[in-house]
Design a protein. Structure first.
Length: 350
């Protein structure tokens, strides 16, 4: 989209208070024009052809058809970037799984200005995003951590016990990361994952991945030991680092300044791995706006890490992996569907 062209936004929310806040807040930005609103999903469908928005903001829970069912039907026909505006609710991830590109949490009255700032930035990013609509339904979780993807992967027996994997993602990353994780075996070397998202959601995201993937996945806590078969999600609003204690590796989760515009920051994680990890390393950078993680991934590569970047075609936003590739931080590019196989092939060579 041309930087001179205003981004046309349609606001979909049944709450008049929320609609007014969003419309007023977004309209204050010189690059955004709110072209209209809808009070429910039926209203949104009826008005879409006339308003022709570049981006839609949408509440998840509304009277009549909810946002998730609406997006399942609507996005294959009209692949417009949708930003979810929701309370703290697991349904956000269901909506992301059917094609919404990002989400922001509805604010309490004391945080409205911060909410508008965040939503405005997400609208600016969404205007450049590619909508990826799933062609097949997501595999349902099954008891006992049974395999969830069609392909069977044998245990990673050939890999040494001490390999650490770092993965970073932002816009579009919740589903892209799942595409990687659900293709990995239960005995995958220890992983640390930074996914930019608001406080409260990282724990729910970890629980979602834990249901859908073979390995154990949980939100990281300060002092957690990293080990085979465990993937830790960096908690929102904390900087997460790898710490070496003798021949063990643990996680530091602590308050701190934003780095590369984020907390947690992929750069912080990757740099800590470059500085502290003395065993084999793999760094993976995935879809997201900006350049968080690119410099850190380059530091990892310089320390001998194998590095993988998501390719442009499969990215919702080819920002972070694009910058990483441009500066020489990426050894191999692959789609989010193929990254797991690239990783497993590399682990078999160690």
């Amino acid at each position: 989209m041309s930087p001179d062209k205003k981004i046309r936004v349609m606001v979909v929310d049944d709450s008049m208070v929320a609609r007014s806040l969003i419309i007023k807040g977004l309209s204050a930005h010189p690059r955004i024009e709110v072209v209209g609103y809808a009070v429910n999903t039926l209203d949104a469908r009826n008005k879409f052809q006339k308003l022709r928005p570049d981006v839609m903001t949408m509440d998840v829970e509304m009277p009549g058809m909810n946002g998730i069912d609406f997006l399942k039907q609507f996005l294959p026909e009209h692949p417009v970037p949708v930003i979810l505006v929701s309370t703290l609710d697991l349904k956000v991830f269901d909506a992301l799984s059917v094609g919404a590109v990002d989400f922001v949490r509805k604010p309490e009255s004391s945080h409205q200005a911060e909410f508008i700032t965040t939503l405005t930035q997400k609208v600016l990013v969404a205007a450049t995003a590619k909508v990826r609509v799933k062609k097949s339904p997501e595999a349902a979780p099954v008891p006992g951590k049974a395999p969830v993807s069609a392909a069977f992967h044998p245990p990673v027996n050939a890999a040494p016990d001490k390999v650490l994997i770092g993965l970073g993602a932002s816009t579009g990353g919740t589903e892209a990361t799942l595409e990687v994780m659900k293709r990995l075996p239960e005995d995958i070397p220890g992983m640390l994952i930074v996914q930019h998202m608001p406080p409260g959601f990282t724990k729910m995201y970890a629980e979602r991945l834990n249901r859908l993937c073979r390995m154990e996945v949980r939100e990281a806590q300060h002092g957690d030991e990293i080990h085979r078969g465990l993937a830790l999600i960096a908690p929102a609003d904390y900087q997460t680092k790898v710490v070496r204690i003798g021949n063990r590796y643990t996680v530091s989760c602590a308050p701190g300044e934003k780095v590369s515009g984020h907390r947690p920051s992929v750069d912080v994680l990757f740099r800590s791995m470059a500085e502290n990890v003395q065993c084999k390393m793999v760094g993976i950078i995935m879809t997201g706006m900006g350049q968080d993680g690119a410099d850190g991934l380059l530091s990892m590569r310089k320390r001998g890490a194998y590095t993988i970047g998501q390719d442009e075609e499969s990215c919702v936003v080819y920002g972070m992996p694009g910058v990483a590739h441009k500066i020489g931080a990426v050894i191999t590019q692959a789609s989010c569907e193929d990254i797991a196989q690239v990783l497993l092939r590399h682990l078999k060579t160690l």
